[in-house]
Design a protein around this ligand. Sequence first.
Ligand SMILES: [Zn+2]
Length: 224
Amino acid sequence: MKWSHLLLTLGISLASCASQGDKVPDPLLNSSVLEDQLSEIMESDSHRLGITFSGRPTLVFSSGVTSALDVSADSKQYELEKYNSKAILFYLDRIDVSPFTVREIVDHALGHYYIDNRSKIIFGKNRDMNQDKKERLIDEGIAEYFRRQINNVQSGPGRLDQTDVRNRKADYVAGYYLVKPILDRFGVKKGVDYLLQHPLTYKDLTNLSGYQKRIITEMGRGKT
Ligand SMILES: [Zn+2]
C-alpha cells in the first residue's frame, strides 16, 4: 500500500520538542474523541471550503514506529499521518510532540480524502498514492491548502520557489504556493477538479510558475 504523508516541515526535530509537559493537551488527541468529532469537522470544512465530501474516512490510530501499516522506509520518524484510500492513519505519539494541532493534521488528511473523492467521481478510481513528484506537488499542495485555510495559518511571505522542487520535504511548501492562487481564485471544488484533470507534466516541473499561469489563464477563459 502506498500512502501520502504529512511531514514535519518546520525544521523542528522531535528531540527539540521534548518539553511536552508544557504543552496544553489537545482534546482531539484521543481516538474516541476524534472519531466522535470527525463528522462535525468534515461538515465545518465543507462549509468553509465550499465542497462536499462523500462518505467518511476510516480512522486508524497507531503509537508510531511499531505499526504494521508503516510501510515506508524513508523519513519514518517524521510522519504524523498517512492517507490511503478511505483510511487515515494517525501516529498519536508523534502528533503529541509535533508543532501542529490535531485539527491541522486532520484537515490536511481530509485534503487527501477529498482528492480521492473527486478522483473516484472524475476517473472512476481511487487516487494513486504511488506518486512521483508531479502528483505529490499537487496533492500535498491541496492538502496543505486545506490545513492552512481552515486553521488560518498565515502564509507568511512565502512564494512559489522553483528550487523547492529538488527537496522532497519542500513538496508541501512548493505545492501549496503552486495551487494557492488557483484555489483562491476559482474555489476549491473547481480548482481541484481542474488540477486533477490537467496534471503537471515532467516539463512543467522545470517551470512551475509557467504551469500555474497556464492553468489560471485556461480557467479564466472558462475552459473547464
Ligand atoms: Zn499529505
